[in-house]
Design a protein around this ligand. Structure first.
Ligand code: NAD
Length: 346
């Protein structure tokens, strides 16, 4: 009888992880989730007999190697656990870098410690933040940032170095076990938490309360958004591909907008009386803060693999997110001014 694929998913209680877990379970996979609940929460975990879970910190020495031995073998390992969000990165850039890199090193040690036939294929979350600025669609081969960068770029540097650590280790692994680095571009939608400073849930929460929407800079910075449910479908499709080369892969959508226009769209759809409050990023995020002016993925590699990219437009993304927030009617836990360091970076 055909065995369902067994997938280990770190960051399973996170925004993308919880949606991906549901998508994989719906397709008949067995999923084993891991999370330390530092950014996610238990209520996000799916309830299913095909879902197992262990609470734990992937950067803790020995945790992942022990888990792979105890719960394996797994066909695939999707590594999403990471310290994310510009706000938390700016609070402790080096802590974020070290935590993310310890997680990747533990993952490598866990996979390398297995017999080659028992090694899962690794799909690890990277980020569009790794790219240098470009006023056009970013391709996987485009120049990347300084791998030693600190401060605001420590998160990007941790993702780049994470890719490198995985590549170095995988040079000893078989061709079909080469890792895929998932360079996500602004995945948003229902279930994303405003706490880490993500722009869409922050705008939505403010608009629903009638509070001012904090606009970082002049609002002309451009981002391209993808709906999380569609990104989870693209990811699950990717995991089902019978043949796949390793390397970097952009994963994003087509909803391109300036952040100023996004604020206006949220206000319009929420039928809100909110105003937009411009915030000086140098005051809210520090004198050395450097924003990103334009970010759009080139999805050529994704399409060449025969995969459908998330296709929702901005109107649908905003309306789904608004509907979710209205259903939850969750109170705003911090003031819009505290939300000043708004950036769609992740
Ligand atoms: P998220 O914060 O919602 O999910 C991350 C999850 O990892 C959380 O549930 C958190 O509790 C968990 N976690 C963090 N550190 C951990 C640790 N040491 N051990 C165990 N669990 C830990 O973020 P997300 O938006 O779902 O992002 C998922 C991944 O995708 C991250 O690696 C992130 O860097 C990357 N990414 C996301 C976006 C985006 O647009 N959402 C963009 C670029 C990259």
């Amino acid at each position: 009888m055909h065995q369902p694929p067994r997938i280990l998913l770190t960051g399973a209680a996170g925004f993308i992880g919880s949606q991906l877990a549901r998508e994989l379970l719906a397709r008949g996979a067995e999923v084993f989730g891991v999370d330390d609940f530092s950014g996610g929460w238990p209520g996000r975990l799916p309830e299913s007999s095909a879902f197992g879970f262990a609470e734990g910190d992937v950067s803790e020495p020995g945790f992942l190697p022990g888990l792979l031995r105890a719960e394996g073998p797994f066909d695939q390992l999707v590594h999403l656990a990471a310290k994310v969000g510009v706000r938390s990165v700016l609070r402790d850039p080096e802590g974020c870098r070290m935590a993310n890199l310890r997680g990747v090193r533990e993952l490598v040690s866990a996979v390398a410690g297995l017999d080659s036939g028992l090694r899962p294929r690794v799909f690890a979350a990277s980020s569009s933040e790794v790219y240098e600025h470009k006023a056009g669609p970013l391709r996987e081969g485009d120049p990347t940032r300084d791998i030693e960068a600190s401060g605001r770029w420590a998160y990007a540097a941790s993702k780049l170095r994470g890719e490198q650590i995985l590549e170095e280790a995988a040079s000893l692994w078989s061709a079909e076990r080469q890792p895929v680095h998932l360079r996500f571009f602004n995945i948003v939608g229902p279930g994303q938490d405003a706490e880490s400073g993500m722009v869409l849930p922050t705008f939505v929460e403010c608009a629903l309360r009638g509070a001012a929407l904090p606009l970082h800079g002049d609002g002309s910075q451009v981002r391209t958004f993808a709906l999380v449910s569609e990104a989870a479908r693209s990811l699950a499709d990717l995991l089902e591909l019978p043949r796949l080369c390793g390397g970097a892969l952009n994963l994003g959508g087509r909803a391109r907008t300036s952040i100023g226009a996004l604020a206006l769209e949220v206000i319009r759809q929420a039928n809100s009386g909110s105003v937009i409050e411009r915030i000086d990023p140098l005051r809210s995020c520090g004198a050395n803060f450097e924003g990103i002016l334009y970010r759009e993925p080139d999805l050529g590699r994704l399409k060449a693999l025969g995969l459908e990219a998330p296709g929702s437009d901005l109107e649908r993304i905003v309306s789904e997110t608004l509907r979710h927030h209205l259903e939850l009617a969750r109170p705003l836990t911090r003031s819009p001014r505290e939300a000043a360091c708004v950036s769609p970076a992740s």
